[in-house]
Design a protein around this ligand. Structure first.
Ligand SMILES: N[C@@H](CCC(=O)OP(=O)(O)O)C(=O)O
Length: 515
């Protein structure tokens, strides 16, 4: 007798923001929402899914406990309230889950905890163990010890990193709106809900991100887009929907499963199963081009579409190490590369490895093994940039061309990749100058001219430049060492450094902004 077909079991991360956990004004716990989340999670578990909950709300619960009306301004005040509230928050979850005999675990993380590869792998193993024991881990940032350098900053990012760590199939960002809109739906009646987003970068200009951060939370739509970008790059299908109706998670999964079954080429999920959403036929980024009927049912699957926005997972997800490098590490400095190196690193064949020949300079101090930003210089509008004719191949020498030390007046811009970049970080992006005494030029080292590897034209002193982070990687040498060998063939590494661990100065590079 044929067995009934088992629905695929997925690993699902559900993130709940402060505004869904406590009342914005009274800070009373929103018990009906929390109970509905608990019931949904337990049902998902009964269906064979593994579930991780990322729960904000410690500060909100702390405010209620101390009868304080507003979040304190200072960091230590917030940390104290989080410490007060976290215990009560987890007790509340334990109580609610306990009613349905569902064991939970508290997992508090900081970025610093997972920046170290060993600690990161330990955290992954703990998650795996908890999930295999049938426990629901409940994750929050360890606010008590988090300061700016080690902070995730918001739980949207934390949930995306958690989802990447455990190779989740889905990340659900439950919030106080039912998806991503073209404008603030509370103010603009013409605001349109986006249904399917294939690329976060391509819809950024079309949507309103200023919307809907509550006075208690730190998030809003901007951090949700960042989270979607991180998670989808790691192969996690990401969904924004309302926390008011957590049961819609079932309908959303069912709806997208139905869409998938209409697809001729189902993709594999993270865990080797068919992925419900990465295999969606390329659907609409905007409602104007979608297949909905006015009533909201999708003619292709005959189901009412539950309101949500789905961000499709990348068809070529980052491998674990690259994902870790790009998202979980706080970069300690920058390696400035030329445009030829940027172009080569963007190609898969480069293996994400940078030769010293492509390096124009370093900024900041970093040790071997630390994460670094890969930065390119961009000339400001109105100035013509002519790449050197022999520039494209990284690591090929260009005989008879003198190496040129860059001189520029600097106009730094905030990186498009690092939303946490602050003004103080901009010094890190300053460009090299000829009169920097600490940086002896290659010509001072009296190397044969054919060993200079020029990849960019000289810069006129009057030119103004801005810099842009295009990716991240792990340094094989420290900042002083990379500065010593910049622009040179790798064969000079032993001579100049006294040893050579690798012919590459940076490895495991992920380029996020192509040339
Ligand atoms: N860790 C903090 C939450 C920070 C946060 O990201 O909040 P939210 O934007 O509401 O998801 C807390 O538990 O209060």
């Amino acid at each position: 007798m044929a067995r009934p077909r088992q629905a695929p079991s997925n690993t699902i991360v559900i993130k709940l923001g402060t505004s869904s956990i406590v009342h914005e004004k009274t800070h009373q716990p929103l018990l009906s929402t929390l109970s509905a989340v608990v019931e949904t999670v337990v049902h998902l578990r009964e269906q064979g899914h593994k579930v991780v909950l990322v729960s904000s709300g410690a500060i909100g619960v702390g405010l209620k406990r101390m009868d304080m009306p507003h979040r304190p301004k200072g960091l230590s005040g917030k940390q104290a309230l989080a410490a007060i509230g976290q215990g009560r928050l987890i007790a509340l979850w334990d109580n609610l889950f306990g009613q349905l005999e569902q064991p939970i675990a508290q997992v508090l993380l900081t970025r610093g905890d997972i920046s170290d590869r060993t600690r990161y792998l330990n955290a992954v193993n703990t998650f795996k163990e908890l999930l295999s024991m049938g426990v629901v881990p409940i994750v929050n940032e360890n606010d008590t010890v988090s300061v700016s350098e080690i902070k995730f900053g918001d739980n949207d990012t934390l949930s995306a990193i958690t989802a990447s760590m455990i190779h989740a199939d889905y990340l659900f960002l439950l919030t106080d709106v039912d998806g991503l809109y073209t404008a603030n739906p509370r103010k603009d009646p013409d605001a349109k809900l986006l249904h399917v987003v294939s690329s976060v970068a391509s819809i950024r200009s079309q949507v309103s991100t200023s919307t809907l951060g509550s006075s208690l939370g730190t998030g809003g739509m901007e951090t949700k887009l960042i989270a979607a970008d991180i998670a989808t790059a790691a192969g996690v299908t990401t969904i924004i929907t309302s926390s008011k109706d957590p049961e819609s998670i079932f309908k959303i999964i069912e709806y997208n499963n139905a869409l998938r079954s209409g697809s001729s080429t189902p993709a594999r999920s993270q865990s080797g199963r068919s992925s419900p959403i990465s295999s969606l036929p390329t659907v609409q980024a905007l409602p104007t081009s979608d297949s909905r009927t006015p009533s909201g049912s999708d003619v292709s699957v005959g189901l009412v579409r539950p309101p949500h926005t789905v961000f499709k997972s990348s068809p070529a997800p980052l491998r674990d190490l690259k994902s870790w490098t790009s998202h979980t590490l706080h970069p300690s400095g920058s390696v400035i590369v030329d445009h030829g190196a940027h172009a080569v690193l963007s190609r898969r064949e480069s293996g994400g490895r940078l030769l010293p020949a492509g390096v124009l300079g370093v900024r900041g101090a970093f040790a071997s093994g630390q994460a670094v930003r890969i930065v390119v210089r961009k000339r400001l509008a109105g100035v013509v940039h002519e790449p050197h004719p022999s520039a494209p191949e990284l690591g090929t020498s260009t005989p008879n061309t003198p190496l040129l030390q860059a001189t520029a007046s600097v106009s730094s811009s905030i990186s498009t990749l690092d939303p946490g970049l602050e003004l103080s970080d901009l010094a890190d992006h300053a460009l090299p100058t000829v009169d920097e005494e600490a940086t002896p030029s290659v010509t001072q080292r009296v190397l044969p001219e054919e060993d200079h590897v020029l990849v960019e034209k000289p810069i006129d002193e009057s030119d103004e430049w801005e810099v842009e982070e295009v990716g991240r990687g792990l340094a094989n040498y420290n900042s002083v060492q990379i500065d010593k060998v910049k622009g040179l063939k790798s064969s000079y590494i032993p001579q100049l450094l006294g040893y050579a661990d690798s012919e590459y100065v940076v490895e495991n590079i992920t380029i996020r902004v192509p040339p």
